[in-house]
Design a protein around this ligand. Structure first.
Ligand code: FCB
Length: 477
């Protein structure tokens, strides 16, 4: 095999998120988040797991950073927990903020670049009680919280990401109800999406106002999880239309306002007659919002796990044909996260990870090329990519060849996109360590480091040792 090099200065890292690893949900004045509430809804989380303890990262943070240093990671993508920093969504809690200040110092001392995300889904419950992301005011509260974090860490953190996967926050949270806060309110997902984008825009504006510009070494972006929507049967008009709708409510609902300053017309057509609070969702888009949302970004974060191959729902299909889809695999019965629904995800026969996500690295390459071709996207960081595997511990080692192979295939796809001229600047593997995988609890392991939840012992898997070598060489071979 020939060696394939990554561009010089390519950033190699691992990612994690506050709620998934920290535990310590009552420590030092932290308030409850929507996930603390949601994990207690019967049936919401596989095996009834909760994240009260998780990986005990809140206590073990210095050792975890030391582990990252041993793995030679250049960067660590983490999120700050809004309910630690502002327990009721508003009031500042210096003790909670201090944790992230210590984390930042620890990372810098270890030579690891902090890559900070402001919102990875843990909305303070008090704000959800006032409507959550369907309430415009939440975008303004987000700005206040984000600036508190910025004021405390801005001297040491250069890379700022507003949201992680707002698609999940909006559509899993408010349309399908598969994620916290578990609301199943149809077009409310689009309303939430707009307010998430508004919060993003408000932060970008203030960040720039305070001198956050690349020439001063500061950058701001957002992480999306765009998919690749290929019709199951490209000769069937209904499947082609399903792919268009999926693309609309997964990709373009975010990409268009962010990178073109407008919502596409077909979103309006597809939601005609659907009301939230008695009104069409477009009513929440105020004059000036789209200008705020479409301010230039320094980077786009892309999370990618799988493409999507929708088929229009056939009412004559046997149940078995409809099962086997990604969405049906969730532990909790749920609505479609796409307002109006009307399509399913039959298997295509590709190999899958142990989560049953079909593996399609070329879809990843096509996505990256499309972001450049259709959107003239800013420089891209792969902010998440990785695989769930049913890992087995054998004599203290974890030979997770499947995960390693998955990552390798996707790194090749990144290189293929770079060869086609796409500006990709870095790659963060999801995840640093096994953690609380949302509605799948602890059963779904994504880490390159194994966590024994009885003892909290961390053991680098074979994939971690391999990943460290790739990062050190800055090349695949
Ligand atoms: C992404 C999330 C991340 C993790 C991975 C598997 O959607 O951003 O927290 O759960 O999926």
């Amino acid at each position: 095999m020939t060696t394939r090099e990554f561009p010089p200065d390519f950033l190699w890292g691992a990612a994690a998120a506050s709620y998934q690893i920290e535990g310590a949900v009552d420590a030092d004045g932290r308030g409850p988040s929507i996930w603390d509430t949601f994990v207690r809804v019967p049936g919401a989380i596989l095996n009834g797991d909760d994240a009260d303890v998780a990986c005990e990262h809140y206590e073990r943070m210095p050792q975890d950073v030391a582990l990252m240093e041993r793995l030679g990671l250049g960067s660590y993508r983490f999120s700050t927990a809004w309910p630690r920093v502002c327990p009721d969504g508003k009031r500042v809690n210096p003790a909670g903020l201090d944790f992230y200040s210590r984390l930042t110092d620890e990372l810098l001392a270890a030579g690891i670049t902090p890559f900070l995300t402001l919102y990875h889904w843990d909305l303070p419950q008090a704000l959800e009680d006032e409507g959550g992301w369907t309430n415009r005011d939440t975008a303004h509260r987000f700005l206040d919280y984000a600036m508190v974090v910025h004021d405390a860490l801005g001297d040491r953190v250069d890379s700022w990401t507003t949201h992680n996967e707002p698609w999940c926050s909006a559509f899993m949270g408010y349309t399908s109800g598969g994620h916290a806060p578990g609301r199943q309110e149809g077009v409310a997902g689009v309303v939430a999406a707009h307010h998430l984008l508004l919060g993003h825009g408000l932060f970008v504006e203030e960040f720039r106002r305070r001198g956050g510009t690349p020439d001063r070494g500061k950058s701001v972006g957002i992480t999306l999880n765009p998919t690749v929507a290929d019709p199951f049967d490209p000769t069937r008009e209904a499947d082609v239309d399903a792919a268009r709708r999926l693309d609309g409510f997964h990709n373009r609902v975010f990409l268009d306002p962010l990178l073109r300053g407008a919502y596409a017309d077909d979103l309006a057509r597809d939601t005609e007659g659907m009301l939230f609070d008695g009104r069409p969702w477009q009513d929440v888009v105020h004059d000036g919002d789209l200008a705020l949302i479409s301010q230039p970004l320094d980077f786009l974060g892309v999370n990618f796990y799988h493409g999507d191959v929708p088929a229009a729902l056939r009412y004559d299909a046997a149940p078995g044909e409809l099962l086997g889809s990604r969405i049906e695999h969730s532990p909790r019965p749920r609505e479609s996260p796409y307002p109006g629904g009307g399509f399913v995800f039959p298997r295509t026969g590709r190999p899958t990870t142990d989560r049953d996500w079909e593996i399609d690295p070329d879809a990843f390459r096509r996505l990256l090329v499309r972001l450049r071709d259709d959107y003239d996207a800013p420089p891209i960081y792969i902010t998440e990519n990785g695989a769930m595997a049913d890992d087995v511990v054998e004599d203290g080692a974890i030979h997770d060849v499947g995960r390693q192979h998955y990552i390798e295939q996707h790194l090749h796809a990144v290189l293929d996109a770079i060869d086609e001229g796409v500006d990709v600047r870095g790659y963060f593997v999801w995840s640093l360590m096994d953690n609380f995988e949302w509605s799948y609890g602890y059963a779904h392991r994504f880490g390159i480091v194994h966590v024994d939840y009885d003892t909290q012992v961390r053991t680098p898997k074979d994939s971690a040792l391999w990943f460290a070598e790739v990062a050190a060489r800055n090349a695949l071979q």
